[in-house]
Design a protein around this ligand. Structure first.
Ligand code: M6R
Length: 607
């Protein structure tokens, strides 16, 4: 979604903002812009890559100590120079950048046309904010923003500057991410911590309905009653290197390769030396856990696919029914929830609006909310009763990889904890699974070392345009994630289905040229999968089998990926890795923009 960054005080304000925009490119965007004040308010904006904006401003007078910038992901109005942010009032004295949606922008626009004779020049909802602030401005930008936000509905974060108040930058948060920070050169705001990591590692996390007023010498936060708020500093220990590519051609491959380390980190935060799971910071008691009669796992995209694995293992280990739902459906279907319901929200960013809205719905109906989140201090984390962090480090590529595997690790740990506490899992089985989890990082390392063979396979199939991913049990759950990975970065039509469902319709699509990736890592379902593979082969499709090293899968299918052996229960952690690599290499060979695929954003903060 859109990215916001602002700086005041520093003589390098323009560079700080441009650097921040660069760091936020990974969120996905289709245009960018910057507003500065020197002899007057100046706004520059361009559709397309940030390079277009840099080209646009290269000969312009850009000396300034106040600037706001924006990367846009279009919601209202096509991506164009026109619709790019910042937007201004008619007098061009106030500039605004905005992330989110103003739901009542139509009525506000009508009011502004009628009462102030405003001429709108873009298709965006953001232009309404600029004109509204302009309409309410009586010489004090802070007061004008207060009055404007009182009239705006929706979920948004904004930053605004005014020609006549060049020593103040105002930002406001309502349901969209916003952080602020400072150093001895000035103060900053951004929608994203990585945007400001070069300036500071100490942040204020801005809450909903709060205003941030930035000046050269510091930051003041106000609550909805306009009272000053004391906010603790939130220190991040990410280094800028962790948010950079470190010599790899793309963030995606860097993040795939980081998985052994990320998984070890997630495990080590929760596993004690004597194989107990410590739930420090999580207040679930035995009574709570025994009392849950139902669990909902709710998430979007890859996080939802992690939830599909979670269902299998929680039901198996903890013997409690689990329903998995996509957040955009859950929030509108009036789900049955009571105080015996555990609601598990999964989100890498912790800012996905649908997941946040589903969480609020569940909470308002009395559910206990436990979230699995990567970004510390994010909205989902803050609004949950308890948080299980994934500790994957910053995930920059739009295609999620290490967030998925660490989400799985959290789900395994939650299932094991519950199973052991409730006595639905015996001690020997519990220890067996823990031992298997501990071996996963080495097994993934083994797979990663032989990634050239997957690159070769990718070269063989990169020009095919119809893919299916099939599997049974846990392999079906992985098939959904594998298919999403391929389609989102290579734009190849790809579809996932439980293998047993094929013959109920989808097999009609099998023909020569189709590639079917058949995941067959579950020993007890292996023979069934072989039958499915035979059915597919009989329709002349090409089969790429993914199976354990010790199986005889090489006798079946046309192409093979043989993976390290582990117990069936933990195989998703292993089998998904070659699927990520395959998608990555196919997209790379097709020359696609892997880290920022078309039409996608890293953090989806609109409905
Ligand atoms: O930040 P979240 O985990 O809440 O994001 C959910 C999805 O938007 C995300 O997983 C998306 O599907 C990724 N592009 C998948 O690679």
């Amino acid at each position: 979604m859109c990215g916001i960054v602002g700086c005041i005080g520093s003589s390098q304000a323009k560079d700080v903002v441009l650097e921040g925009l660069k760091k936020m490119e990974y969120r996905g965007y289709d245009s960018s812009g910057i507003a500065i004040i020197n002899d007057k308010l100046r706004v520059y904006k361009k559709a397309g890559r940030l390079e277009n904006l840099l080209e646009e401003i290269k000969d312009k007078p850009m000396d300034t100590s106040i600037a706001i910038g924006h990367t846009r992901w279009a919601t209202h109005g096509e991506p164009s120079d026109f619709n790019a942010h910042p937007h201004t009032n008619e007098a061009k004295t106030i500039a605004v950048v905005h992330n989110g949606i103003v739901e009542n922008f139509v009525s506000l626009r009508e009011m502004l046309i009628k009462e102030a004779g405003v001429h709108f020049v873009t298709d965006t909802d953001t232009e309404v904010i600029a004109h509204l602030i302009g309409y309410l401005y009586e010489g004090d930008i802070q007061q004008a923003v207060w009055r404007a936000v009182e009239m705006m509905d929706g979920a948004y974060a904004i930053a605004a500057i005014a020609n006549d108040n060049p020593d103040i930058l105002v930002a406001y948060r309502k349901d969209a991410p916003l952080v602020a920070g400072f150093n001895d050169t000035g103060s900053f705001v951004a929608s994203d911590i990585p945007a400001l990591l070069k300036q500071t590692k100490d942040f204020y996390l801005i809450e909903n309905d709060e205003m941030v007023v930035c000046k050269k010498d510091g930051i003041t936060i106000y609550n909805s009653e306009h009272k000053k708020v004391d906010r603790e500093i939130f220190h991040v220990d990410w280094d800028t290197e962790a948010a950079e590519k470190g010599g790899h051609p793309h963030f995606m491959i860097k993040e795939i390769l980081e998985q052994p380390k990320a998984i070890s980190e997630t495990l080590s935060r929760r596993l004690t030396d004597d194989n107990k799971i410590n739930l420090d910071g999580i207040s679930l008691s035995l009574e709570d856990i025994e009392g849950f009669t139902k669990i909902y796992i709710v998430a979007c995209g890859t996080a939802y696919h992690a939830g599909l694995v979670g269902k299998y293992i929680i039901e198996k280990f903890a013997k409690v029914p689990v329903e998995v739902d996509v957040a955009s459906e859950f929030r509108y279907r009036d789900p049955y929830i009571d105080d015996k319901t555990l609601f598990i929200a999964i989100s890498q960013s912790g800012e996905t609006l649908d997941t946040l809205a589903a969480l609020r719905e569940a909470k308002s109906k009395g559910a206990r909310v436990l979230s699995i989140v990567n970004v510390v201090g994010s909205s989902v984390a803050r609004e949950s009763h308890d948080v299980f962090y994934t500790w994957a480090g910053p995930e920059i590529a739009v295609a999620s990889t290490k967030a998925y595997t660490t989400q799985l690790v959290c789900l395994y740990l939650i299932a094991l904890y519950m199973g052991r506490l409730k006595g639905t899992m015996n001690e020997a089985y519990y220890i067996e699974i823990i031992d298997e989890l501990k071996k996963i990082p080495d097994k993934i390392d083994e797979l990663l070392e032989s990634r050239d063979s997957i690159h070769d396979l990718a070269n063989e199939i990169k020009d095919r345009n119809s893919f299916f991913f099939v599997g049974r049990g846990l392999d079906a759950a992985v098939a959904y994630e594998a298919s999403l990975k391929l389609k989102e970065i290579s734009y190849i039509n790809s579809f996932a289905i439980a293998a047993g469902e094929l013959k109920h319709g989808t097999i009609a699509l099998m023909e020569e040229g189709t590639v079917v990736v058949a995941l067959a890592t579950q020993d007890f379902l292996f023979d069934k999968m072989l039958s499915n593979i035979e059915e597919i082969k009989a329709r002349n499709a090409s089969v790429l089998t993914v199976a354990k090293n010790d199986s005889n899968a090489k006798n079946y299918g046309d192409m093979h990926i043989m993976v390290p052996v582990a117990k069936d229960e933990v195989m998703p952690l292993i089998s998904v890795v070659p699927m990520q690599l395959l998608s990555y290499y196919v997209a790379a060979e097709r020359g696609e923009n892997i880290d920022q695929p078309r039409n996608l954003a890293k953090s989806v903060t609109v409905e």
